[in-house]
Design a protein around this ligand. Structure first.
Ligand code: GTP
Ligand code: MG
Length: 271
């Protein structure tokens, strides 16, 4: 996900504009300064990348302006390049029409660009734990009570925006795992879904958790424990002993769970 936009005047490095879309900002000014110095004398637009912790910072200079975009490290470099180019083009086009840059106009360009980069949220877990139920409730407001195993990776867009972001929800089906590897690397956020039974929690730890940790090292990860309404359900306190991640408990077949899920998404995305 695109987290922050920084624009500087190329001649002296002075800050023209900075906009953060989440609570995370590029506090590493040493890294940003290093990138500024590495592009400030380049004659034509050349992109510089710097990966640090879970982030990818990209920057370049053109027509007297320096632009830096802070992404999560989950975004592929090809996508980051396209978005950078698109933003730079819109910025340069705008600067040609005016002497003095207007904050509202810069905000509207920023909003256009951030919507080209939807946040990718994955739900992964064993068969029958409630992933389709969660996605249908969120995207279509339908309560799914009949179990029909999903036969492939499913994508749905959330109708609401979270902050300025569009959100794409992806299910990784429990039984059919053929395509898991194709999509897992692109997930910004992963919810490991387990039902609240002892058996499922054990299996999730054994099968799902190691896969997610090795294939999606930079995604933000959480656990959702479903079927909290059933008599065999372990309490959240008990379940939390098994995972080193923040856990949310749900009964996904209740309509009120939609608002709870939206709140969970908001926290996971905006911080
Ligand atoms: N009682 C109860 N049933 C639930 C809950 N969440 C889901 N279910 C039911 O569990 C069954 C399986 O749910 P799905 O959402 O299809 O499961 P899934 O994780 O998508 O399964 P796969 O597609 O096979 O990976 C459905 O009959 C749901 O109605 C819950 O919180 N409580
Ligand atoms: Mg399913």
């Amino acid at each position: 996900m695109l987290r922050q936009i920084i624009i500087r005047r190329l001649s002296d490095g002075s800050l023209i504009y900075s906009k953060a879309f989440t609570k995370v900002e590029c506090t590493n000014t040493a890294i940003e300064l290093e990138l500024f110095n590495s592009v400030k004398n380049s004659k034509k637009l050349k992109l510089k990348f710097k990966d640090f912790s879970n982030f990818s910072l990209v920057c370049g200079a053109d027509d007297g302006y320096y632009l830096a975009l802070l992404f999560d490290r989950t975004n592929p470099k090809t996508q980051i390049k396209e978005i950078f180019q698109s933003y730079m083009n819109q910025l340069i086009q705008y600067t040609k029409t005016t002497e003095k840059l207007n904050r509202n106009k810069l905000d509207s360009i920023a909003t256009n660009v951030v919507q080209e980069v939807p946040v990718t949220v994955g739900f992964i877990g064993l068969g029958g734990v409630g992933k389709t139920t969660i996605i249908m409730l969120l995207s279509k407001r339908i309560i799914n009570v009949i179990y029909s195993p999903s036969l492939g990776v499913v994508h749905e867009e959330l109708q609401e925006k979270i902050g300025d972001y569009r959100v794409i929800l992806t299910e990784f089906p429990g039984v059919y795992r053929g395509d898991w590897n194709k999509f897992i690397h692109d997930m910004d956020i992963l919810f490991i879904v387990t039902d609240s039974s002892q058996y499922n929690i054990k299996e999730t730890k054994k099968v799902i958790l190691p896969f997610v940790n090795s294939e999606a090292p930079y995604a933000k990860k959480y656990v959702i424990a479903t079927k909290q309404d059933l008599p065999y359900a372990l309490s959240l306190k008990e379940i939390s002993k098994h995972f080193n991640l923040k856990i949310f408990g749900l009964c996904t077949i209740e309509p009120e769970s939609r608002q709870k899920l939206l709140n969970i998404l908001r926290t996971a995305i905006l911080g």
